[in-house]
Design a protein around this ligand. Sequence first.
Ligand code: AMP
Length: 483
Amino acid sequence: MNFSELGLSPKVLEAVTASGYTQPTPIQEMAIPRVLERKDVLGIAQTGTGKTAAFTLPMITLLEQGRARARMPRTLILEPTRELAAQVEESFTKYGSGQKLNVALLIGGVSFGDQDIKIARGVDVLIATPGRLLDHFERGKLLLTGIEILVIDEADRMLDMGFIPDIERICKMVPFTRQTLFFSATMPPEIQRITEAFLHNPERIEIARQSTTADTITQLLVAAPHHAAEKRETLRRLMREAVDVKNGIIFCNRKSDVQIVWKSLEKHGFSVAALHGDMDQRARTVALDGFRAGTTQYLVASDVAARGLDIPDVSHVFNFDAPHHAEDYVHRIGRTGRAGRLGTAYTIITSADDKSLAAIEAMIKRSIPWLGPSLADAKFEEAPRPERGRSGGREKPTGGHSRRASKPERPTHSDHTEENTAPSVQEARPPREPRPAREDRPVRQDRPAHPPRRHHQEDDGPTPKGLGDHMPGFMMRSTKLKG
Ligand code: AMP
């Protein structure tokens, strides 16, 4: 099928051509005509499937008629993180070029004043994280009664981050007659419930997800002592010895470790930036832009900060920590080896990682070879392990491996993002379970306590901008279920 058959306006078609897209992806093919018919859409799809264009292109077409009124945005897009919100804004800029679209971004880490001025002028597209949107609403500067289209993107991540009560509130604040476009990578019961409550006879579109790792990725395990300084030394050795490194992402399970590893690598002369949820928006943007432009060779990142981001293909992934959830492994290494290119993914394994490694190998249905001696063959002096009940006297044992077991801390305001506030100095403490991912989440007195659930696969990694003819196979697979 061709883009010109979908009902998009000539101006939008021009922008699509300028973007270099030759063919709509399955979700675009199925969703765009439905959105243009003003139908509700339930898209079960993750990032990388072209879902952003699946809603932005028809929205721009529909917005060509009519004008925005002061303080009354015409459409609202909810995103779980600032980066995703900023990425959607970029899509509107890209696909809406040559159109007079007023787009406003309401995210934490940016002053209210500038955002207020934009809203007051009249906005066609308001892109927001839920906490910041409610903050604006409560300040009385924003009216949601003019919303014609509501987009809820990455709903299962919203659930992970405890945003569902906010989403329910917002859904009740926008007109009942609006059109709703709802996207989620997975459909856990809580999300199912929301769709039943807030969508009207939606067109259900499901895109097959990526569950395995690409053959273009060389995966290797590297045994290391559990001791953090020695683990960092192992990382540096790997980075120095790896061949044909164009650029790389180093993943840590905790944002505190992202900070430590970043500083340490910088000290050792690497060209490196950090990306984690506690950084302010400007710093995050600078880090990402530098990495995308190639001025920074390495990015040390946490899963939450990196998930869903459109980061160009990277040649190497270094898992400083083995991820606790196997699906994160697939996401992480999916950052490399894309669109037929070759990539290498190293995972540093210590004595604390046996369960994580077993889960990863079970998920990808293969065992990953060791680079050098396996952990069993390598002789390291190991720190005592918490699951054997020896906490080193500093902390209580964590009580098993359930994420629910470790209650997340609440961040203190909408500018604060967090994945985990676990202690940063591994040398002094035994390993702890990570806390669930939440970003951009303000403390709201009116919000009922909602324990975040275990997070699901939300992203199959980055997709190069403008895939052109090199569309990965999974983007082309689809199933359509009548809803
Ligand atoms: P998304 O799933 O929205 O994050 O999109 C993933 C990537 O695919 C983005 O970099 C888009 O620019 C790109 N993309 C979206 N639609 C198409 C298409 N029809 N053909 C090629 N690339 C596309």
